[in-house]
Design a protein around this ligand. Sequence first.
Ligand code: 1K3
Length: 300
Amino acid sequence: SYSHPQHDQTLFEERYLRYISPLGKGNFGSVELCRYDPLGDNTGELVAVKKLQSNKQSNLEDFQKEVNTLHVLHCDYIVKYKGVCYSMGRLSMSLVMEYLPYGSLIGYLEKNKHNINTRRMLLFASQICKGMEYLQSLRYVHRDLAARNILVASETLVKIADFGLTKVIPHNKDYYRVTQPGESPIFWYAPESITESRFSQKSDVWSFGVVLHEIFSYCDIRFNPKRLYMQEIGHNVLGTSISVHLANLLKGNWRLPQPSNCPPKVYVLMWQCWAHDFDERPYFSDLGNQIETMIQDERE
Ligand SMILES: COc1ccc(-c2cccc3nc(Nc4ccc(N5CCN(C)CC5)cc4)nn23)cc1
């Protein structure tokens, strides 16, 4: 049966949404930990609430698109959307999502690096692959796949979050061209995204390779992709923009170095994701199969 959009979205009443603490700043706003407590006795559930930063019309439209994107996604490896909360008489709105207690992958890996083995890192990588496979089955391109946007639900489960930059590929094309580059995470971008603002399932695969590098570097700030690229480009680049230097570096086949604790077979996987020609990059289904095989082989 046809579901009316406004009835389809679960409505959270602002008066029951109790603020607890800040969780972070995203693309279009801040995310806060709240308890939705209609009974007023602290038995309500903890939720992550993404507040729209400013009531600029453009942000509201983009935010509504993010809500519509998340609303249709149902996957164990994608952060669950719970509903919306209107405030200021529907002038402002917030996105209500499930709260994942362990936070982003960056903080988690840094804090727990000494008791996370290769097997667990491969498990997280395979879950991100499955989440991306699901996303692509709906013709979505995430465009901001990075460890900072992966959340940890438990010691054995991670989920993809932050769909602020996600786009749907039109049916007659296999890529999406962006007009407003905005604040671009170019160090996670494929070459064609840097030079032509071209985004596809294969540019998300490139970014996944960078996420693999982050995971096997335990998200150590010293080996952060931006830092490693800038060391190679040189910090005092003048004139031409950094993205031109980065595109040339990638064209010349320079890639992020093998992290110290990274098994050679995983570094080979990263290089598959970083093929300059996007047609040579594997699909997330191929990557998922290769990683599953590595997990079986991991005796640890
Ligand atoms: C970019 O900032 C964020 C922040 C939160 C979220 C988000 C969306 C949807 C669900 C969700 N669950 C959590 N959990 C969470 C838990 C702990 C922390 N940190 C605890 C330690 N603090 C020092 C930093 C925040 C951050 C997020 N965050 N979160 C997305 C992007």
